[in-house]
Design a protein around this ligand. Structure first.
Ligand code: GLV
Ligand code: MN
Ligand code: MN
Ligand code: MN
Length: 414
């Protein structure tokens, strides 16, 4: 296996143009994107990506979760493919780069190999995973979770969005139920290139994050049951206030995260009040808790404590409570050989780099269960992500894609 020692680069301008083209699909309200999974905008983004892949001479396969696999053949028909992947779906108020960069940088690697006339022994497959974000259908990384055998497909199909629409029905509606069995593909290796979504690389003035680990997470969904009553005429001592119990649980989650420093986070992203009227005490509150840390024992201890204290807070206020775990993965250690190739590529290309732990979840966290996997990161302005103002520079985007090209070439073998 020979490492490419020359100065191969992707075409940074073409990568940037493609990012800007994709950003026109499902525009947000503040300069970013709303291309949530299985919406019409998602379908349009998929069509555009398919057209680009086919123009680059690739063949598209689609599995029963709607995940897209575009293949550039290798010279050895027996060789397992090297995969590059990420996601084209976005948060409801998402940026232009979260996920999209990894998919389109994969495409740019293929376009560059075509330009350079380089053939690889192993096929190279660019992947767009369905529902990475989990904003519409929890959990996040749903299709890669099914691919890795961690989530049953029937459970995935049955997940519902806040309007009550089922994942399976919406996948059918947009016309992307493929015929491949999920997880039937075997991977020689998997690479994912992503923006950092945090402040470290920019602060440290590094162009490349060599991702060694990803922190684990629990997503909990809490249902509190109180009694609907008039906000004006119900005396304080007669209230069974699910909203107040929710507020106390919020504070407790913050406290648990703070007491587990360094390296733990916890927060609430979504709240549904019923009936959600300003002069009715809520009879029911459903809300989500997201806790993460790279340490497995700490992660599970945080979950246990939060569940116990939430139940106690509700009980003390006479409020009913139920907690369901709707998303989980353990902390991940990426493949040391592939991590070394990413570090070596950054070194060879003269890019400043540092080792980093991913704070966000990625499809790579699931592929790591079934194949040697690693990730590459580039900085993002102010560490801001899951925000329409998410920003990166064309130079940052290109540097990581260069590293991806080299690491993939070393793995797919010329
Ligand atoms: C997915 O984007 C996550 O990390 O929550
Ligand atoms: Mn992402
Ligand atoms: Mn995201
Ligand atoms: Mn993510």
């Amino acid at each position: 296996m020979t490492a490419p020692t020359d100065n191969l680069r992707i075409n940074g301008e073409r990568l940037w143009d493609s990012l800007m083209e994709m950003a026109k699909v499902g525009p947000g309200i503040a300069g970013g994107n709303n291309r949530q999974t299985l919406t019409d905008a998602d379908a349009e983004g998929r069509k555009l990506f398919q057209a680009w892949c086919e123009a680059a001479g690739m063949t598209l396969g689609v599995d029963k979760m709607g995940t897209m696999f575009a293949t550039r053949p290798g010279t050895d028909p027996e060789a397992l493919p090297v995969y590059i992947g990420s996601h084209l779906d976005t948060q409801p108020t998402g940026g232009k780069y979260d996920g999209v960069l990894g998919v389109l940088a994969g495409l740019e690697v293929i376009r560059s190999l075509n330009d350079l006339g380089i053939k690889t022994k192993h096929p190279v497959v660019v992947t767009n995973w369905t529902n990475e974000e989990g904003a519409r259908f929890a959990p996040a990384m749903l299709a890669s979770g099914v691919f890795a055998g961690a989530i049953p497909i029937d459970y995935a199909y049955s997940r519902r969005d806040p309007e009550g629409l089922a994942f399976g029905d919406e996948l059918k509606r947009i016309g992307w139920v493929g015929d491949e069995e999920v997880g039937a593909r075997k991977m020689h290796a998997y690479f994912e290139y992503h923006i950092e979504q945090g402040p470290i690389l920019e602060a440290e003035q590094k162009q490349i994050g060599v991702v060694t680990h990803c922190q684990g997470l629990w997503w909990l969904e809490v249902t509190l049951t109180g009694r609907e009553a008039h906000t004006g005429s119900t005396p304080m001592n007669l209230r069974v206030n699910a909203g107040f119990a929710m507020a106390r649980i919020f504070e407790m989650v913050q406290q648990v995260a703070m007491e587990n420093q360094p390296g733990a986070v916890g927060g609430v992203g979504q709240v549904f009040f019923t009936p959600n009227s300003r002069n009715v005490l809520p009879g029911k509150v459903v809300f989500t808790i997201d806790i993460r840390t790279p340490e497995l024992a700490k992660l599970n201890a945080m979950r246990a404590r939060i569940e116990k204290e939430a139940a106690a807070i509700a009980e003390a206020l006479g409020v009913g409570s139920a907690i369901e775990a709707v998303g989980h993965f353990d902390p991940v250690t990426f493949d040391p050989t592939l991590v070394g190739r990413v570090r070596g590529a950054a070194e060879r290309l003269g890019y400043s780099h540092m080792d980093i732990i991913s704070g966000a979840g990625h499809d790579a966290c699931w592929t790591a269960k079934v194949a040697p996997t690693t990730m590459i990161m580039c900085p993002c302005v102010g560490g801001l992500s899951h925000n329409e103002a998410e920003e990166i520079s064309p130079e940052w985007a290109a540097a990581g894609a260069d590293v991806l090209l080299h690491a993939v070439l070393e793995t797919a073998e010329i």
